[in-house]
Design a protein around this ligand. Structure first.
Ligand SMILES: [Mn+2]
Length: 321
């Protein structure tokens, strides 16, 4: 399934290239895309970057982040999807792409990727940024500090600062190569992890005042009334679940958020060896063993006990294992 050299060849020879980051973008899709963009620019290949959703705050410092538009496919002869496991993740940007007449290529590291493009560089790595570095090298573009900082952002973002179990010796070798050419690890780490938004800070201040610890399950309700009391703008609930599972007493962390359209959103995190993906999956959601979630149609007060009961079963299963 690996078409790395052919992808490099068609990109280098293209009249125009469109690079597409996935919807609800993260540091990996943005950093990898921008790293490839700078490499192609150095080779004088006309290239454009696009994404259905805005660049998230933590990646907005990257050189070139301001070049993103939501303008859909506009006749470019090569389209490269970055960090997307299927075509849907590329959003409306690629709605007008005729796969018969242009070259659709992709680079991605998700294990569920079936190779949806004509050319696929798909390999299970800690971040797509690892694969993006392979591509930049095969392209023969000079690897400079600017490209390195973009790719490092992808790598540090997906490994949460080299803390996930997906972090391998290859992740560290990639980091070594990127820092060696001027990638700014201190800057990247600071931007990714030390900038909680004002909206999140307001939420944490209120939400943490009403925590519940039940047999190793640390949970918090986020009712609509609480979210609406926070004032201007969208509430920023990202990060809160990560904070909860970092608390010493938590074996499992759960966040129950009421949705404006009815029903609730459930976010789950767990310690190594405790599988919350099975719980989420049984409730119609999904995820990874230590990070999963689902949405449930009922009222918060009805759904929460059901989820907590299932989580207690997961804790019991982990104790027996
Ligand atoms: Mn990724």
């Amino acid at each position: 399934m690996n078409d790395l050299e052919r992808i490099a060849e068609v990109l280098a020879g293209a009249e125009s290239v469109l690079l597409v980051s996935h919807v609800s973008p993260d540091g990996d899709t943005i950093g990898s895309t921008l790293g490839i963009m700078w490499a192609l620019r150095a080779l004088s290949v006309p290239v454009r970057v696009a994404c259905d959703d805005p660049v998230p705050q933590e990646a907005a410092f990257l050189p070139g982040a301001e070049l993103y538009t939501t303008e859909p496919y506009a006749g470019e002869d090569v389209v490269l999807g970055v960090d997307a496991s299927d075509m849907r993740r590329l959003g409306n940007i690629v709605a007008g792409v005729d796969v018969e007449s242009i070259i659709l290529a992709e680079i991605d590291h998700h294990s569920t990727n079936q190779g949806f493009a004509a050319l696929n560089y798909v390999r299970e790595t800690s971040a797509t940024a690892e694969l993006a570095l392979d591509l930049v090298r095969v392209l023969g573009a000079p690897l400079d500090g600017r490209i390195a900082t973009c790719l490092l952002t992808g790598l540090v973002s997906d490994t949460r600062g080299f803390r996930t179990s997906s972090t391998t010796v290859d992740s560290l070798a990639t980091a070594h190569a990127l820092v060696a050419v001027g990638g700014d690890l201190g800057l990247v780490t600071d931007r990714l992890f030390n900038h909680v938004s004002p909206a999140a800070r307001r939420l944490w201040s209120v939400a943490l005042a009403d925590q519940h610890l039940d047999e190793g399950i640390l949970w918090i309700d986020l009712p609509l009334a609480l979210l609406e009391s926070l004032g201007e703008g969208e509430p920023d609930t990202r990060g809160l679940i990560g904070l909860l599972i970092s608390f010493d007493e938590a074996k499992i962390a759960a966040l129950f958020r009421e949705l404006p359209e009815g029903g609730i959103d459930v976010s789950l995190r767990s310690r190594p060896g405790i599988d919350v993906a099975t719980v989420a999956y049984a409730l119609g959601g999904g995820g990874h063993p230590q990070a999963a979630g689902c949405q449930l149609p009922g009222a918060l007060s009805d759904e929460r006990p059901r989820v907590l009961a299932a989580l207690k079963q997961a804790l019991l299963a982990a104790r027996k294992a």
